[in-house]
Structure formats: C-alpha cells, structure tokens
Design a protein around this ligand. Structure first.
Ligand code: 7PJ
Length: 275
C-alpha cells in the first residue's frame, strides 16, 4: 500500500477509485494556464478539489503540452515551492509534484509533497537517486519524443506492447535504484507522442496495463484526442473526459489525474456502485 502525507493511498482493484486533482502553476498550460499563478489562488483551488473528492493534488510548474516552452530550474522552483508550502500550511491533503527535474523533486518533497509524478519516468540524471532517498510513491509515465515535437509523427508497431515494455523497464530501474516496488505507479501517457488511434488503443488496452504488477494512473482529462475525435475545444471536453475515466475504470484503472474532480468522482461513484 502506498502512503502519502500520513494517509494511505490504496490503489488496489478492490478499493474505491482515487482522483488526483491537477493544479498547474503555469502561464501556458493548455486548459488552465495562468489561472492559479498566485499561491492564494492555488491554495483555494487545491482546497476546492480536496473538498470535491481529490485524494491528492498534483502541483506542476512546467507545462508539458505539445510545443510548450522549456522552463528553467529557478523559474520552476519559484512557481511550485511557495504553492506547496502554502497548501501544506493550510490543508492536510496529499501533494504530488509533477516535474522531471531532480532538484525540483528534492525541494518539493522537503516542502511537503509526498509523491513524485514524472512524465519523463525518472530518466533525468539523479532523479532515481532522489526518489530512492525519500522512497515515496512515484508515477512513471511513458512518452515518445520530447514535448516540443512529440506530436509531429508518433510511430509504433504495437503501441500497447511498446508502452508496457517501456514501463516495465523503468519500473525495474526504480527497483534497482532502491525504490520499493510497492511505491511504483505506471501511466501509459495519453497524448505524449500518441496519435488519436494510439490513444484509443491505449484506452482499449487498459486491461493489459492493469495486469502489470503496479497500479495504473490514467491522465486523459481534456486532452487533444477529444479535440480530434469530437472537434471540441478544450473547455468542451468534460463529458468525453469523464466518460473516458469511466471506461478506464471498467477496464481496471483505479487512479485518475483530472481537472474536473467533482464530475469525475460522480462518474466513478456510479461505476463503483454497479461494479
Ligand atoms: C500527464 C501528466 C499524464 C501523468 C500531464 C496534461 C498534460 N502526468 N502530466 N500523466 N499529463 N502522470 O495535463 O494534459 O497523462 S501534463
């Protein structure tokens, strides 16, 4: 069982699903960029998401949307650390740090975050060592290419097989580095170097990921696959996003990274009630 800020984060199949609320401290995130730049606004949003049912708040200071600008270490720290400190002062909700930079991981964990969510699967030099030192839950996500260009021409023979193989290799690297197996979460990385067809294959293939010996996090909220499939702008993707969460639940996922916490919790409660 995983533990975050003294609270157990049980992601096993037999327990209620858990929701991770997204808190982007960025001027340019694709759906909520610029909304929560002040620590007070960020705290308010974190408290709202906790009240709406989020088990953990994912604080990120680097937009990883396709084409996003690279953020310096200093800028990222300046964005996220005051927010983590503020939430830690005023709330006991668990906090995850969404970063690929070891130094941001270290300072965020010292400031009170209790999980690391890395779209780069702890590949940066020193990232494994920081996480092994703290031995807290880590989420390893798959991506193909780098955010600036990853959507240009994604290529797979068998996307489900290749993504799960990558995640298995990264999980092994974590264990090798001294991270407990029970602290590892995997994530197929919807939208990160994936065509619409690739994303649909990953959702269809969810049982394959859920059969691996790690809990699966699904991050599909408001993503561009819904723009491609439905022609919806980012603000019009709520129904598709909650439906996708429900589908992923039916296929075995129990952990969901979302913008719309209350609505996702409703959908998941219904799923649970008939499970
Ligand atoms: C994900 C993420 C995801 C995990 C982002 C966005 C883009 N972390 N960070 N999984 N996506 N673990 O929010 O749409 O899918 S940033």
């Amino acid at each position: 069982m995983l533990e975050c800020n003294g609270k157990l984060l049980d992601l096993s199949l037999s327990t209620p699903p858990k929701v991770m609320g997204i808190l982007n401290i960025t001027p340019d995130s694709f759906s909520d960029g610029g909304l929560f730049l002040s620590a007070d606004k960020a705290l308010q949003q974190a408290q709202q998401m906790a009240q709406d049912g989020a088990a953990i708040i994912d604080v990120g200071g680097e937009s990883t949307r396709p084409g996003a600008a690279v953020v310096s270490l200093d800028e990222e720290l300046t964005r996220v650390i005051p927010v983590i400190e503020k939430i830690r002062q005023h709330s006991d909700v668990a906090i995850s740090i969404d970063t690929s930079k070891p130094q941001v991981m270290r300072e965020a964990l010292a400031a009170g975050a209790s999980m690391v969510n890395d779209v780069n699967a702890l590949c940066a030099d020193g990232a494994l060592a920081v996480c092994a030192e703290y031995d807290l839950p880590v989420c390893l996500m798959h991506k193909q290419g780098e955010p600036q260009t990853m959507q240009d021409n994604p290529q797979y023979q068998d996307v489900v097989a290749e993504v799960s193989q990558y995640l298995a290799v990264r999980a092994d690297a974590c264990i090798e580095a001294g991270i407990s197996k029970t602290n590892i979460i995997i994530d197929p990385g919807f939208g990160f170097g994936k065509s619409l067809e690739n994303n649909l294959s990953l959702l269809r293939g969810m049982p394959h990921f859920c059969a691996m010996p790690y809990p699966v996090l699904v991050g599909i909220s408001r993503k561009s696959m819904f723009g491609m499939l439905l022609g919806r702008e980012v603000g019009q993707r709520l129904v598709a996003s909650t439906t996708a969460a429900a589908i992923a639940y039916q296929k075995g996922a129990r952990f969901f990274r979302v913008h719309d916490v209350a609505q996702t919790c409703d959908a998941l409660k219904l799923c649970e009630a008939v499970a």
